[in-house]
Design a protein around this ligand. Structure first.
Ligand code: FMN
Length: 191
């Protein structure tokens, strides 16, 4: 299914065509090369002072870690995420080397996340970001050190027809993509 963004000026096709599916082909397997490519895209994201406060965990369908990560998702996400070919969890450093708070790490990690989602799309696959998780549970599953917090996951896989879904997941799959108008979000200087 195509859900190309309707824009008032052209944007890069990979941006216009990216969208977050919940219907995945359960017969697809992500190759090691595809997963490496996605991780490299995250690695090369920009970050303040080039501090790179992100850490990535990746698991493929069929592995114990994959099932454990699904188990740390909230209920709705557990209903559709298991069909993805791989799951990626992003954790961030929660303090700087000098022990002071590190709120900027979240912004940096968001840039890495978007890099990885765009790379996934470029590979002909599709990613879906997931914030709905039980953080303490995810922390245990990933055996994270105290200075790391899990903040976001994403599914990676091959799109399937919406008919593989049912209930709320199906409804959301076929719903049109919507955004605020530019007039609502550009405070100054809109052309
Ligand atoms: C940080 C973040 C967390 C999200 N968490 C969830 C989630 O837990 N479950 C879910 O189904 N979608 C989740 N989404 C997906 C959004 O609902 C989706 O990106 C948004 O509706 C726009 O749709 P699009 O990505 O198809 O353009 C999340 C997206 C982001 C960026």
């Amino acid at each position: 299914m195509q859900k190309t963004a309707i824009t008032s000026a052209e944007i890069a096709p990979v941006l216009a065509n990216r969208w977050s599916p919940r219907a995945y082909d359960v017969n697809h397997t992500a190759s090691q090369h595809e997963l490496l490519s996605i991780l490299e895209a995250g690695r090369w994201a920009p970050s303040a002072n080039n501090a790179q406060p992100w850490r990535f965990s990746i698991a493929t369908r069929g592995s114990e870690l994959f099932d454990q990560i699904v188990g740390a998702f909230t209920g709705f996400n557990q209903s559709w995420a298991p069909n993805a070919s791989a799951l990626l969890v992003i954790s961030v450093l929660n303090q700087k080397a000098d022990g002071t708070p590190y709120p900027g790490a979240l912004l940096d990690a968001g840039l890495a996340a978007q890099n990885m989602m765009i790379q996934t799309e470029e590979l002909g696959l599709a990613a879906h970001p997931i914030g709905g998780m039980v953080h303490d549970e995810m922390r245990k599953v990933l055996d994270l050190a105290d200075n790391l917090d899990p903040i976001m996951a994403m599914t990676i896989g091959k799109r399937a027809d919406a008919s593989v879904l049912e209930g709320p997941a199906y409804e959301r799959e076929v719903a049109p993509r919507v955004r605020l108008e530019l007039d609502e979000i550009v405070l100054h200087g809109k052309p």
